[in-house]
Design a binder for this molecule. Structure first.
Ligand code: NI
Length: 186
């Protein structure tokens, strides 16, 4: 089932999401719907609050990107960043902010503790695009959007577009026009 994706002005995107205590059939179903909805929208990552569930659950799949055909889809539950290393700049987009892109500086690599789709505890090292998408999605679980992390000067340049999202004048039905997938949509 394709779930509607909440956009910028929806309150749920600003709430701190709750940890999952276990996986039941409802959560399994939600995970399936999230993958379906993300791919339908040409996204590479999706956090549960974006589809109306304020829980600490993320799905991602970057294998559609040119340089990452071998990356496996991931389910990330209750993530906890243990350490970060380095910094880089990358242009980001977000399914909850259709049409908006901007440069964001983030750590280049991270050590992450999380639970997988079987609720097993995992610890992993991530860098490159995966580190970027993971941090973008974990931000969603804490009520933070990438535009909050943009330089003030860059943010001013997109203020009109943000205002248009609030006023509801932007078409948000997915699939939207497929943009270059070198730009991060998550
Ligand atoms: Ni996003």
């Amino acid at each position: 089932m394709i779930l509607p994706i909440n956009i910028y002005s929806d309150d749920i995107l600003r709430k701190k999401a709750k940890p999952l205590k276990s996986i039941d059939s409802g959560v399994e179903e939600l995970i399936g719907f999230m993958f379906e909805s993300m791919r339908n929208a040409s996204g590479i990552g999706l956090a549960a609050p974006q589809v109306g569930h304020s829980v600490r659950l993320v799905v991602l799949d970057i294998s559609c990107l040119t340089h990452y055909p071998d990356e496996k889809p991931m389910v990330v539950i209750n993530p906890h960043i243990l350490a970060v290393r380095g910094y880089n700049d990358m242009e980001e987009g977000c399914l909850s902010l259709p049409g908006i892109h901007g440069d964001v500086e983030r750590p280049a690599a991270l050590t992450l503790k999380y639970r997988n789709e079987n609720f097993e505890e995992m610890t992993g090292e991530f860098s490159g695009m995966l580190a970027r998408v993971l941090q973008h999605e974990i931000d969603h679980l804490n009520g933070t959007l990438f535009v909050d992390r943009m330089e003030k000067r860059d943010r001013r340049k997109i203020q009109k577009e943000l205002d248009a999202l609030v006023s509801g004048t932007v078409q948000t039905q997915y699939p939207i026009v497929r943009e270059s997938l070198t730009v991060l949509q998550s």
